[in-house]
Design a protein. Structure first.
Length: 312
């Protein structure tokens, strides 16, 4: 069992939110095959739920409304990797059985796997009585993936480097979003590859990508003011164009949402989930109905919300 201190419990539940990238600037392709990014994250009220139970080894199973049959349950699963990394840090000699209820679309650009990992860190920290502080958990999160630290922190934040170097951003009030899901996910590496190919093909016609991108100051101003109209005018995602090339039907979704009352729409992360910003709860409800009538799966959420937390 755990070598840490504190009271252990036989099962612990935690939740962590999905995210929307309200701004995502992608830097030039680097020698190591990666890109630096500058992103403004907002955590929204669409959660992954994780229950961690005592077990002799490590396992994970999935449930929930999001189709999950093809998800790996082996050692490469991000939640399993999170639990194993925490066990090494805490010198835990037992395992854990993880039960994950999925609500964030898989391969949808909203960080669902990262939310699973963040909630797993919080749940296992409690299950094993390790009493590690947030900074220690963030150190582990940064080793797991670019979006895991933000799923742990939540709220609104600026992410730089690979997206894992976080600084909190002031955000006033509440923003209303409607998410439109696609019928199948997109591979993040495929979307980045399509971006690189486009930039190389049109190098003579477009400005070169910055090595170190930055978040547009208008985005920060809109978040600080809690002004949905101002934020709508500054939504930007460098991965949107390649996502549209890989999944052309997204263009119709964007057009439909904006024609049906959204202030603006943007592909979240590497897509293909489209996030529509609305000016009020009422307009968000109306948009959700319009998109659902058009046979799209649409979910109404608000942001910002806190990051990974225990559930009593």
């Amino acid at each position: 069992m755990a070598q840490g201190i504190g009271t252990q419990r036989s099962a612990v539940r935690a939740k962590a939110p999905g995210k929307i990238n309200v701004h995502l600037g992608v830097g030039a392709l680097q020698d190591d095959g990666y890109h630096d990014v500058a992103t403004a994250y907002q955590a929204v009220s669409l959660y992954e739920f994780v229950e961690a139970s005592e077990a002799p080894d490590f396992s994970v199973r999935f449930s929930g409304p999001v189709p999950h049959e093809h998800l790996s349950t082996g050692a490469d699963n991000l939640a399993i990797r999170a639990a194993m990394a925490l066990a090494r840090r805490g010198r835990v000699t037992s395992g854990v059985a993880l039960s994950i209820e999925k609500h964030v679309p898989i391969a949808g650009g909203m960080g669902g796997g990262s939310a699973d990992a963040a909630a797993t860190l919080v749940a296992c920290n409690e299950l094993w009585g390790l009493q590690l502080g947030r900074e220690a958990l963030h150190e582990i999160a940064r080793e797991l993936g670019a979006d895991v630290p933000f799923a742990l922190a939540g709220g609104t934040a600026i992410g730089t480097g690979r997206g894992d170097q976080l600084s909190p951003a002031l955000a006033k009030g509440q923003f209303h979003w409607v998410l439109a899901y696609a019928d199948a996910g997109l591979s993040t590496p495929d979307v980045y590859r399509a971006l690189d190919e486009h930039r190389a093909l049109h190098a003579a016609d477009i400005a070169p990508a910055h090595d170190v991108p930055t978040v547009d100051a208008r985005v920060l101003q809109a978040l600080r003011a809690g002004d949905a109209g101002m934020l709508a005018e500054s939504l930007q995602n460098d991965l949107q164009a390649p996502a549209l090339r890989l999944k052309p039907r997204l263009a119709g979704t964007l057009e439909l949402g904006e024609r049906s009352g959204a202030l603006a729409g943007v592909v979240s992360g590497s897509g293909p989930t489209v996030a529509f910003l609305c000016d009020s709860l009422e307009s968000a409800i109306e948009l959700q109905i319009s998109l659902s009538t058009a046979q799209l799966v649409a979910v109404k959420v608000t942001g910002p919300v806190p990051g990974a937390r225990l559930i009593d």
